[in-house]
Ligand binder design. Structure first.
Ligand SMILES: Cc1cc2nc3c(=O)[nH]c(=O)nc-3n(C[C@H](O)[C@H](O)[C@H](O)COP(=O)(O)OP(=O)(O)OC[C@H]3O[C@@H](n4cnc5c(N)ncnc54)[C@H](O)[C@@H]3O)c2cc1C
Length: 378
């Protein structure tokens, strides 16, 4: 694949992980990222099982990831009076190796920044596929031609919209929203539920984290004030520490709100354009997104290399080697688990965390999903 020119959209996890492998196989890699600089935010993400560990080891970053790991901590589920009802153990919320998303993105960026070209603060505005390349125009930079274009730009992928069609056809809303607000909620890792809504404070993942059931909402994803109002409305009248938390949310410098949604695509490639990570198989808060992104990057680059850069054979290899593994992202939704709709369901969910055997069974099942692929040694 010497000197093959590849453009990757998105510099979070999937994008830089793929950049690492393609650079190793000899490609000329450019990564374009919409944000003005590497995004440092996000909760902790996690890796589980031997497959994830093997890929990190083959990238030479397993020890560094381990060094930066946060170590899962327990989350205490409380009632309206703050009394302890159950404990969600760290190993359940934090997988085997938990690391802040921003730290992982920075680590992957550091490993690729000196050999790959990174363009921040720009975005692809059009893609025109010709017989021997893809003509790309950007919002800011001059047009360029690449051999291949990869959409690693998340669940609301721009490349998917341009190459496959509008988001509504591929992203299914699963009935809940989640939000993060930058507030000082104290230490402690507590979680509180009312039917259809959950708030977690000072937890292992984020200082404040909200999940609530809702009809689809019409709002601007870049309008923080509108998202703040939606969040305040969704929690009005809540018990426990919710009134105090809402007063802080009203003043918070940053509020982020998004739907819990799942990507449903019947193919990952369209000509010379291919999707990777959440853009192709995202399932918000499903717990597998980061592992799928890193293993997906390994398989996509490996299959392309095995096909000596023939994108038709390489993409077909990626599709057939990976689709079965990514099926875990087609299942389930974190919404009803984190914010059950009735008191009875909240009680049942809490009960699971009091049964060690049941919990162990759930962890074993998670491990099975995370290792359900035979990794080739490309
Ligand atoms: C800021 C942030 C916070 C997150 N927080 C969490 C979290 O707390 N918990 C969790 O489980 N997962 C979180 N995620 C998602 C998690 O990173 C992914 O599920 C998983 O790691 C797969 O990553 P990905 O690289 O495929 O997609 P993502 O991590 O979603 O990255 C997509 C990247 O593409 C960029 N992008 C978007 N549009 C364009 C465009 N038009 N042009 C160029 N670039 C574009 C985005 O800025 C982002 O850097 C977060 C993602 C981001 C970006």
């Amino acid at each position: 694949m010497q000197n093959m020119k590849v453009l990757i959209s998105g510099a979070s996890i999937a994008g830089p992980a793929l950049a690492y492998w393609l650079d190793r196989y000899g490609c000329d890699v450019t990564v374009v990222e919409k944000a003005p600089a590497l995004r440092t935010g996000g909760q902790a993400v996690d890796f589980k099982g031997v497959t994830h560990r093997t890929v990190l080891a083959r990238m030479g970053i397993l020890e560094e990831v381990r060094r930066r790991q946060t170590g899962g901590s327990d989350q205490v589920i409380v009632d309206a009076n703050g009394r302890r009802l159950a404990v969600m153990p760290g190993e359940f919320t934090g997988g085997e190796i938990e690391i802040p998303r921003g730290d992982l993105a920075a680590l992957l960026f550091e490993r690729t920044a000196h050999t790959c070209e990174y363009v921040f603060g720009d975005s692809i505005s059009s893609l025109i596929q010709t017989g021997d390349g893809v003509r790309v125009t950007f919002e800011r930079a001059a047009p360029r031609t690449f051999d291949l274009v990869v959409g690693a730009d998340g669940i609301h992928s721009n490349v998917r919209r341009l190459a496959f069609g509008p988001e509504e056809a591929y992203v299914r809303f699963l009935g809940h929203y989640y939000a993060l607000a930058q507030i000082d909620a104290g230490e402690g890792g507590q979680m509180y539920n009312e039917p259809g809504r959950m708030v977690a404070l000072g937890g292992p993942k984020a200082p404040s984290f909200f999940v609530f059931a809702s009809e689809p909402l019409d709002y601007d994803r870049y309008d923080v004030e509108q998202q703040r109002r939606i969040l305040l409305d969704a929690y009005r009248g809540g018990g426990w520490r919710i009134p105090e938390v809402l007063a802080k949310v009203a003043q918070a410098p940053d509020v982020y709100l998004d739907s819990i949604s799942r990507v449903e695509l019947d193919r990952y490639a369209e000509g010379r354009v291919v999707l990777l990570g959440d853009a192709a198989y995202g399932n918000t808060l499903g717990g597998f997104g980061t592992g799928l992104a890193v293993v997906g990057a390994y398989v996509l680059a490996g299959e392309l290399a095995a096909a000596r850069g023939d994108h038709r054979a390489g993409f077909a290899g990626y599709e057939s080697a990976f689709r079965g593994y990514a099926k875990v992202a087609r299942q389930g939704s974190a919404g009803p688990f984190l914010a059950p709709g009735t008191r009875a369901r909240i009680t049942m969910r809490n009960w699971v965390f009091k049964r060690r055997l049941l919990l162990r069974g759930m962890l074993r099942m998670t491990d099975r999903f995370a290792t359900d692929i035979e990794l080739k040694d490309y």
